[in-house]
Design a protein around this ligand. Structure first.
Ligand code: OAD
Length: 253
């Protein structure tokens, strides 16, 4: 199937000096990583991501929450970057400046070749102590989690003995300031911003395309489903990121 890429987008990309990709769970969906708003399976089917991704849930039942994140970390380590991650990495060699700003806690952009990825919501592979904040080094190798997951006791901090928590931003927590400030700067300075595979529901990340639009950047959305960004994006490319992003590269360069 050939994808029609609008000519004004091709022209804008050929002349662009600075492109930002804001990505969400949908960019990793074709690598086999479930999105946040997909129904959960196995041990987790009675929960939503929001119910597990917060500090109160960890205080109440840390084995449930740690087990969920270790299960997700296993899935990510077994997964491979897909054609969308690779196309985004390839565009860095075509445009003078490219910034990747992701809400994802996986490392698939980096493994596809994107460097200096801004992780607004933290990273699965950077856990730290819930009590004192000291970073925790995970053992090498893929966690051995059964299909459907299991409860799992978190490790304890080598410095204070507190429990280690996942290295992600939970609901109700601040985003890492350095990553957020860099993302705002990029969105206010870019010529073209792509919002790829995000429901645009979670603030403050969902506000970033508006910063770009206010500065007259071209805002482009890549998503198979409608989102609240539909009315703001100048161009809506409707479909899977793993199909549209390589087609965009082929059509442009
Ligand atoms: P969501 O699960 O909310 O949305 C995923 C989006 O990806 C949806 O709009 C889908 O239509 C779209 N999608 C699915 N398959 C796709 C594909 N193959 N190609 C392109 N798009 C596809 O995930 P996010 O928007 O990333 O926050 O969620 C934002 C934040 O909410 C997450 O970072 C997380 C979550 O709760 C925290 O944990 C703090």
């Amino acid at each position: 199937m050939s994808i029609a890429i609008p000519s004004e987008l091709i022209t804008a990309l050929r002349g662009a000096k600075h492109v930002v990709f804001l990505t969400g769970a949908g960019v990793s969906a074709e690598s086999g990583i479930a999105t946040f708003r997909d129904a959960m399976t196995g041990l987790w089917e009675r929960y939503s991501a929001e119910q597990l991704a917060n500090a109160d849930a960890f205080r109440r039942d840390r084995e449930l929450v740690w087990g969920w994140y270790e299960w997700r970390r296993m899935q990510v380590m077994k997964a491979e970057p897909n054609a969308a991650h690779r196309a985004i990495a390839a565009i860095a060699s075509k445009v003078p400046r490219v910034d990747v700003v992701t809400q994802n806690v996986d490392d698939l952009h980096e493994r596809a070749g994107s460097d200096k990825v801004l992780h607004l919501h933290g990273r699965l592979n950077r856990p730290f102590c819930f009590a004192c904040g000291h970073p925790h080094t995970l053992s090498a190798g893929i966690p051995n989690e059964p299909e459907g997951g299991r409860r799992l006791a978190p490790p304890q901090c080598e410095r204070c003995g507190g429990y280690v928590r996942p290295g992600v931003v939970w609901f109700g927590e601040m985003l890492p300031k350095s990553q957020w400030d860099a993302a705002v700067e990029a969105c206010e300075a870019c010529d073209v911003l792509f919002s790829v595979g995000t429901s645009s529901l979670v603030q403050p990340a969902a506000g970033l395309p508006l910063l770009a639009a206010r500065r007259r950047a071209m805002v482009v959305q890549v998503n198979p489903n409608p989102t609240s960004l539909d009315g703001i994006a100048q161009i809506n490319l409707v479909g899977a990121a793993g199909v549209i992003m390589p087609a965009l590269v082929d059509a442009t360069w």
